[in-house]
Design a protein around this ligand. Sequence first.
Ligand code: IMP
Ligand code: MG
Length: 178
Amino acid sequence: MNKNIKEVLYNEDQLRDKIRQMGAKVSKDYYGKDLILIGILKGSVIFMSDLLKEITIPCKMDFMAVSSYGNSTKTSGVVRILKDLDFEIQGKDVLIVEDIIDSGVTLKYLMKCLSARKPSSLEIICLLNKPERRKVDIDVKYVGYDVPDFFIVGFGMDYAERYRNLPYIGILKDEIYK
Ligand code: IMP
Ligand code: MG
């Protein structure tokens, strides 16, 4: 285990099983629909690629990059689009893929921005959710795990761009970011 990790929350086997279940659910719910998954860079890439492999119906993928101003462990509420979609989503069934939802501010903004493009449906799937930290109300269709308010890294999630490559999800030691 990485020396800066206090505790492993979910190991590779647990994540594989969880994402398999999520992929099966999505495949069933979106059967016959015009599904497009939109990954939010960069945190969602590992979840996105594992999830895609578990989806058994035809689907497309696209990415968006957004950034919130402010320091690295808290979101400020101001969001800007760094990379927009390649595809148009009008009339499509859009599923936004996120690594972790914290305040919900990023997704609230994205939902507003994407719904203006008139998709046929617009929903969110996230691997982790921190309900205690929610500042704005958002509807999340699929949640992998609800987690307590720890700073989490691995499986795509970073602290200052590090730890994304860990194949498990862990809690970062407090002294690393405090
Ligand atoms: P929100 O707008 O506050 O919901 O922030 C969501 C984004 O903040 C996520 O997509 C992550 O990129 C980042 N984030 C929030 N909590 C954590 C965490 O515990 N570890 C790593 N990134 C996090
Ligand atoms: Mg993110």
